[in-house]
Design a protein around this ligand. Structure first.
Ligand SMILES: [Zn+2]
Length: 248
């Protein structure tokens, strides 16, 4: 049976509510990702994780539905130096996600999980999670598949600095899923990460190093096998966490 929310009839959704079905909302964005990746990269990664996690949960007999991914969100102005970004203001983005969850809960769904697949959304989505809890006394779950795949990526990566934007990890993910959208002839190591790694996190990474091509990483290290391995690692971890979330 299809796990796409939008492909259900209303009686099928009523039955899903009755079964305490989990609803997953994959959240990406649209913004430049260097000269070699499509501007929809984060939404593509959100889609691949949404599908893989839903399939993993179905195998474990967890009732699950997945909405279509969110394609547009908030990005910092720095990425608007290149074409691609359709920037949504933070409050508009948060209200949009809030309303979707508010309506799911209004219909009777009790379990909602957000897949956060764009770095600029982390604080926003966690704030929405808290606002929903304040209104409904119901806690949703926010997961970052990239962070869940990080332990394996750290073991396998060839770039000693890793990836922040459009480098080894993201390029490998798209290579594993939609290789025809990647342009290897445009790879460059010119924006490889050189900044102080201890300041990454405490300071917004975009503020630590200038970028010439819109990248923050080195895609020349990317390969499809790495992407496939990270997809599996992030998916397995998410399935394990969501199974526990369903028992709350
Ligand atoms: Zn990205």
């Amino acid at each position: 049976m299809s796990y796409y929310y939008g492909e259900q009839t209303w009686p099928q959704l009523a039955a899903a509510i009755e079964k305490n079905t989990l609803v997953i909302i994959p959240i990406g964005t649209t913004e430049e990702h260097g000269r070699h990746l499509p501007v929809e990269t984060d939404a593509i990664i959100a889609t691949m994780f949404g599908d893989a996690i839903a399939e993993g949960l179905q195998k474990e007999n967890v009732p699950v539905l997945v909405t279509r991914p969110i394609y547009y969100g908030y990005s910092m102005n720095i990425v608007t130096r290149w074409p691609g970004c359709l920037k949504i203001r933070t409050r508009v983005f948060m209200d949009y996600i809030y309303d979707m969850i508010d309506n799911l809960i209004g219909q009777g769904f009790k379990k909602v999980a957000l897949l956060d697949c764009h770095g600029n959304h982390d604080g926003l989505l966690r704030t929405v999670m808290r606002e929903i809890a304040d209104k409904h006394d119901q806690f949703i779950c926010t997961l970052s598949p990239a962070k869940l795949s990080q332990p394996l990526y750290d073991k396998l990566k060839k770039d000693p600095q890793g990836d922040i934007h459009g480098g080894e990890w993201e390029t490998s993910m798209v290579l594993a899923y939609r290789p025809e959208l990647v342009h290897p002839e445009e790879y460059t190591s010119g924006d490889a990460i050189r900044c102080n790694s201890e300041l990454r996190g405490p300071v917004s990474t975009w503020g630590l190093q200038d970028t010439k091509t819109g990248l923050y990483g080195d895609p020349t290290y990317a390969d499809a096998a790495l992407g496939a391995a990270c997809l599996k690692a992030g998916t397995d971890a998410a399935v394990r966490i969501l199974q526990q979330f369903m028992t709350l």
